[in-house]
Design a binder for this molecule. Structure first.
Ligand code: GDP
Length: 325
């Protein structure tokens, strides 16, 4: 099928076309890349925007339980929901944690929901691009909300925050010292913290956890793009469907405020610029893995190893070679 035809089918809401289009942007083949870029450009031309929500949390915190309950609630409100996973660890473990077929069973059966597990891809640059393009395709397909899920491993939160409109951190009730375990950088990115599993015996502990996180959030960041009361920490129970409607109302309030203030468009514009720079950087790095640069790297590397030239001088020679093209 021609790429433009595929883009049209995606825009028409054909789910199989969407799945195929995402497979195409995931392809590592160089000859697929230009097609994929054209496909995404055609899809973007539809001019549709979804609310992109990034959701991060360590394994076991309740992400899939939350997304299923939250997604079902949105679907019941007549919204269309896409769920994408960013799981860079899957390449190492050999199988995708987030791609587990048993996750989100109810939501996956909903016609208004689309769930795409994470592909096995080792390199963060590849994961970032694939996710960004998959988000664009889901938007073109008319989804109202795109949830991008990630396990809390290093770089992936930064990537997700740079793709999404809102970044949500899911945490479990914990003692005061476990609060320290959340990396400062991640707290700074969070628009909202949802303390999950606030049910049963965990309730009293959760109330304290929430207050601690709320305090920490306010110390760490109060930005012009946050309205009064944000960033916010709230309690939810994914299992008991508790607090989900309130959390959704908060997310919408934040999104609406940012739209009205112009922060929404500015954020997306900055993100586009950021990804342009990243693509160029990745492209430059990949030049090193191809001939003739690869051969020059090997030859100069051998000379450095033999002590014939210093690492710094060799690097200057290499960069000069690259600069000449
Ligand atoms: P993920 O690894 O972050 O996707 O976590 P899961 O959604 O698989 O949940 C991990 C475990 O926590 C499961 O046994 C869930 O049943 C449980 N869990 C998830 N949400 C809640 C909740 O709101 N309350 C309680 N009590 N347990 C929960």
């Amino acid at each position: 099928m021609q790429m433009t035809e595929l883009a049209k089918a995606v825009i028409a809401g054909d789910r199989r076309a969407l799945a195929r289009a995402i497979t195409r942007v995931e392809s590592a083949r160089a000859d697929h890349r230009l097609e994929a870029v054209e496909l995404v450009a055609n899809a973007r031309a539809a001019g549709r925007q979804a609310l992109r929500i990034g959701l991060s949390g360590t394994p076991g915190v309740g992400k899939s339980t939350f997304i299923e309950a939250f997604g079902m609630m949105l679907v019941a409100q007549g919204l269309r929901v896409a769920v994408l996973a960013v799981d860079p660890s899957s390449a190492r473990s050999g199988g995708s944690i987030l791609g587990d077929k048993t996750r989100m069973e109810r939501l996956s059966r909903e016609p208004a929901a689309f769930i795409r597990p994470s592909p096995s891809q080792a390199q963060m640059g590849g994961v970032a691009r694939r996710t960004r393009e998959a988000v664009a395709l889901c938007e073109a397909a008319g989804f109202d909300v795109v949830l991008v899920e990630t396990v809390g491993v290093g770089q992936s939160e930064t990537v997700v925050a740079e793709i999404c409109d809102l970044f949500i951190l899911l945490l479990a009730p914990a003692g005061g010292d476990e609060l320290q375990g959340v990396k400062r950088g991640i707290m700074e990115m969070a628009d909202m913290i949802l303390v999950n599993k606030v049910d049963g015996d965990l309730k009293p502990a959760a109330m304290r956890t929430r207050a601690d996180y709320a305090g920490a959030l306010h110390l760490l960041r109060r930005r012009p793009q946050d309205p009064e009361g944000f960033p916010k920490a709230v309690c939810v129970s994914a299992v008991e469907n508790d607090g989900l409607a309130e959390a959704w109302a908060d997310m919408q309030a934040l999104a609406d405020w940012r739209r009205a203030q112009g922060h929404w468009d500015r954020r997306r514009a900055h993100q586009a610029r950021h990804w342009f720079g990243e693509e160029v950087r990745q492209g430059l790095l990949s030049v090193l893995d191809r001939e003739p640069a690869k051969g020059s790297m090997a030859a100069l590397g051998a000379r450095v190893e033999a002590g014939e030239v210093s690492p710094e001088a060799a690097a200057i020679q290499m960069l000069t070679l690259l600069g000449r093209g």
